[in-house]
Design a protein around this ligand. Sequence first.
Ligand code: ADE
Ligand code: ZN
Length: 339
Amino acid sequence: MTNTASLIALSKAMPKTELHLHIEGTFEPEQMFSIAQRNQVTLKYATVEELKAAYQFTNLQDFLDLYYQGMSVLIKEADFYDLTMAYLQKVHSENVVHVEIFFDPQGHTERGVPFDVQIKGIRQALEDAKQKWGMTYQLIMSFLRHLSEESAFETLEAAKPFLDWIDGVGLDSSEVGHPPEKFAKVFSVCRDLGLKITAHAGEEGPPEYVWQALDLIKVQRIDHGNRALEDDDLVAEIARQQLTLTVCPLSNLKLCVVNDMVDHPIRTMLKLGLKATVNSDDPAYFGGYMNDNYQALIERTQINKQELYQLARNGIEGSWMETAIKKQHLQQLDILFDN
Ligand code: ADE
Ligand code: ZN
């Protein structure tokens, strides 16, 4: 076997965590059409092929426009269950052992789908996957940053009866023009409620937004973080705080955050001492799930065995799973890599 082939085989076999995944971004066109039909909703596209042909993005907003359209067919609890279960089944087959899933409540409440309908469907699928396969999970409610802080507070109110089911809060959607400081108050309340905190920062937004995520939102993790590399002091601070970066290679390529996978900065991040991890973001839209993301890195950026190990290790260490379970996965990883 060539070195590339053996690294790909290793990446498929290793226990993996997914720390940056929008459940609405796992909506495969075939399932979207099937749920649209059962809910008697008409999509803007006539066929699966037509829809897939529209997946050409030049930036984040191009993608988000389609992403919100796609999720508009989700209406009933069973829709959220089926969506989540299809994703979990897929990644279980890829040796993903732990998932931390974002959902966008405002993308649904805005259309009249109540908070409880969404969370009950998603949570039931997560619980079933835990029962069936021992897959562990965390659920992260994400605020849409193109909406107001008042709307985020309303969402937090709707979430109050379900706080036992919610592990953390995030911040996503259109980044530029919507800096973290816009949400400083609501995240402060979330912290006081004991919720873990993460935020998308430095995907398209400048290093200043990443500083705000650190200083004002007080994130425990950074989603993406690519543009942090433009500021040496920021890199030093992220390394000092040992913050995990949830990096999404195929997403970065599809949304033109990088022009070519060859130029992806993930190896640079590791060299700088940053805790980079590999994640799929919105796999149904970006052409690949976990294993595809690793394969693209192996084939195009020439990551070596040590870097592959470090990425997987960072994913386990940077997750919010219980310490005892972390230890088990790390042991398994060491065995697999002969460490
Ligand atoms: N929502 C879903 N995917 C996203 C991404 N990559 N960036 C910001 N918001 C998102
Ligand atoms: Zn994301």
